[in-house]
Design a protein around this ligand. Structure first.
Ligand SMILES: *Cc1c(COP(=O)(O)O)cnc(C)c1O
Length: 491
């Protein structure tokens, strides 16, 4: 299985047929595009049948081996078995089984159809990013050991990504994590999750500034290529291909758990910001999984909803980006969206490149087909099953309250965006699966507002804020940051 860049000319792609392990540790392709398989592996109905009885780990193995053809089967199987174990995904609700890894719960089975919640947040940091990041940790350790190499992950976080990366990489041989976060601006719970880690390969750096300052520091340090190479700096952001492919697995799992025959279809609603999670749904569908609709649910930062309603992709300025109560979806542009656009324009890399050049120069593009637009491919979107909707703070509060009243469970704010939008797209005969992207305990402020009581916390999280914390505070200064990294990598 070879990988191509969404911006590669056929000549350069033919010269560099990248394998899975070649792109595992990287982010963007050298030409600025994103990696995708040269073609999507197809799944037969017989395979789907055989996969109905597999454990999550074995299903992950069967799917990943279609993409990671350069990892020997036995090695891959050991990795998926180690990654997807009930011991890691143990933070389930009462009545759910950790052996399911991503248990399904039917919320409603009525006149409008079936509404199902698929829990992706039972991992160590209580958010769906664990599903992919835990695999990445084990893949990185494997690949680095093979080449006797090391990797220093350097990133910025406002919450979910940083903690998922740290819990995935803690104690991994050859890997260190340097994670910047805005000093005293994360919730007490999220701060405690990260800063209570005592592993010597995890470095929490609280930057005196806001999240944008942290991101600017990461950019400035990464732009010094000599430093980046010498210090073996890498990232684990959401454009990483292995993260996307790990997420493909739970779409198969959700489908198989919600159906009894491959003649049936399901739809998914996915709380979306960077288009990472739902991009995996698109790939599952392209592989032949019988998905009817893929519904992107956004919050007030509705870049994706706007595109799926109008065909206009318009990135937002920092001043137009809202801080919302579903903060992990507060984005100004959707960094994985280029992967879908590449497929939408018939895998034409030159055209994809031109469209995303226009994003840089003009802030977006228009595929609506209107006079003066950049193309008319928007009319093809329905053939890919995409739909969308938008949700606001009031919608979240109302939905959290409704779901607590009607089904007696507490959902988090991002999942609430998903349920709100899913209800607008349900139809009888096609189960609607909403992906639960975090547990409510992570976003307690809004739960208090909606329900007047605290969100339930899984066992072991009760006193997390009182644990000893390990972190350094630094100014937003590039040279001091570089000095700190060099001091602690020993390179
Ligand atoms: C990251 C995150 C999202 C958004 O996922 P994308 O794939 O980046 O769109 C949604 N909900 C939660 C809880 C998250 O942490």
């Amino acid at each position: 299985m070879h990988y191509v860049s969404t911006r590669a000319t056929s000549a350069s792609a033919a010269r560099n047929p990248d394998n899975f392990c070649d792109i595992l540790l990287g982010g963007l392709a050298p030409d600025g595009g994103l990696y995708l398989p040269a073609e999507y592996p197809q799944v037969t109905s017989a395979e789907l049948d055989a996969w109905r009885t597999l454990s999550y780990a074995d299903l992950a193995y069967e799917i990943l081996r279609k993409f990671a053809t350069d990892i020997p089967d036995a090695d891959l199987k050991a990795i998926t078995t180690r990654t997807y174990t009930p011991a890691v995904y143990c933070n389930v609700r009462a009545g759910e089984s950790a052996t399911e890894i991503t248990p399904l719960r039917v919320l409603e089975d009525g006149r409008n159809g079936k509404l199902i919640l698929q829990a992706l947040s039972n991992g160590p940091t209580l958010a769906f990013k664990d599903m992919a990041m835990q695999l990445l940790g084990n893949l990185f350790e494997y690949a680095l050991a093979k080449n006797d190499d090391a990797l220093n992950i350097f990133g910025a976080t406002s919450g979910d990504t940083g903690s998922a990366a740290e819990y995935a990489m803690r104690g991994k041989k050859g890997v260190r994590v340097f994670m910047l976060s805005p000093h005293e601006r994360m919730s007490a719970f999220q701060t405690a999750q990260m800063f209570s880690l005592q592993d010597p390969n995890i470095f929490n750096i609280a930057v005196k500034g806001n999240f944008d300052d942290c991101q600017d520091l990461v950019k400035a340090v990464s732009n010094d290529l000599t430093f980046k190479v010498r210090q073996k700096i890498g990232t684990v952001n959401s454009i990483n291909w292995a993260r996307v492919v790990a997420q493909v697995v739970y779409y198969f799992r959700g489908y198989l758990a919600a159906t009894t025959s491959n003649d049936q279809k399901v739809s998914f609603t996915v709380p979306s910001g960077n288009f990472g999670n739902i991009c995996a749904g698109h790939i599952a569908r392209m592989m032949g999984l019988p998905i009817d609709k893929l519904v992107a649910a956004t919050n007030e930062n509705d870049v994706l909803d706007e595109f799926f309603r109008t065909g206009v992709y318009r990135v937002r300025k920092a001043s137009e980006t809202y801080h919302t109560s579903s903060p992990s979806m507060d984005i100004s542009k959707a960094s994985n969206f280029e992967r879908f656009v590449y497929d939408l324009v018939g895998r034409d890399a030159e055209r994809t490149h031109a469209l995303f050049r226009k994003v840089d120069t003009h802030g977006g593009f228009d595929l609506s087909g209107a006079p003066g637009s950049d193309g008319d491919e928007f009319k093809q979107v329905v053939h890919f099953g995409f739909a969308s909707g938008r949700s606001t703070h009031n919608d979240r509060v109302d939905t959290i309250r409704d779901v607590a009243d009607d089904y007696d469970i507490t959902i988090d704010t991002h999942t609430a965006d998903g349920i709100k939008v899913a209800r607008e797209h349900m139809k009888p005969g096609v189960p609607m699966i909403v992906l639960e992207t975090a547990l409510a305990a992570k976003f307690n402020e809004t739960i208090l507002e909606a329900l007047g009581t605290d969100a339930p916390r899984p066992a072991g999280f009760d006193d997390i804020e009182t644990l000893p914390q390990r972190y350094v505070v630094m100014p937003a200064d590039v040279d001091q940051m570089k000095a700190y990294i060099a001091d602690h990598t020993g390179l």
